[in-house]
Ligand binder design. Structure first.
Ligand SMILES: Cc1cc2nc3c(=O)[nH]c(=O)nc-3n(C[C@H](O)[C@H](O)[C@H](O)COP(=O)(O)O)c2cc1C
Length: 151
């Protein structure tokens, strides 16, 4: 389900935009940059200061996360259900070393690991691919664009 391409996207660009539903039924989206792939059906991020997302998921675990590789302009939409692993529980302690290894400056501030059991994955591509653009061309174009923005 989380194939090599999706895993590569999340490994390189672990910034997922997490869509939840508020208890009042409104949509909410916020970015989380501490995503890791746990296995081919599971991703997780660290809750550092995301009270809204955590409140929404406690009331309704349904969520969708979008990941985009900003150079290839491809990505994935992951839909699933979230569960919360609180600091101090065996489940949290079994996993947190992965965040220490990847984000040593942030891991101590993670109070909860939000684990998403993925039910469906859909690919994302940008429309220039419909016109025949290649991945190499997209990477070159966006590297140049970023270099122009931050020379
Ligand atoms: C690029 C980026 C990455 C972020 N990564 C995280 C993260 O991994 N964990 C977290 O708790 N907050 C993260 N934040 C901060 C939350 O998105 C921010 O505090 C937001 O207001 C929380 O909203 P919420 O309470 O509705 O989830 C990140 C913000 C940005 C801009």
């Amino acid at each position: 389900m989380i194939n090599d391409h999706v895993r590569d996207t999340i490994d390189r660009f672990p910034l997922g935009f997490v869509a939840t539903v508020t208890p009042g039924g409104r949509p909410a989206v916020s970015p989380k940059g501490t995503f890791l792939v746990l296995d081919d059906k599971t991703v997780a991020f660290g809750d550092i200061r995301s009270p809204g997302t955590v409140t929404n998921l406690a009331a309704n675990p349904e969520c969708e996360v979008n990941f985009v590789n900003i150079l290839t302009r491809k990505g994935a939409r992951l839909r699933g259900q979230a569960r919360m692993l609180r600091r101090g529980t065996d489940a949290f302690e079994a996993l947190i070393s992965r965040w220490h290894a990847t984000w040593p400056d942030l891991a101590d501030r993670i109070g909860t690991l939000v684990v998403i059991d993925v039910a469906a994955v859909k690919p994302l591509t940008t429309p220039p691919y419909d016109d025949g653009a290649s991945e190499e061309e997209m990477i070159a174009a966006y590297k140049a664009k970023l270099a122009g923005m931050y020379p």
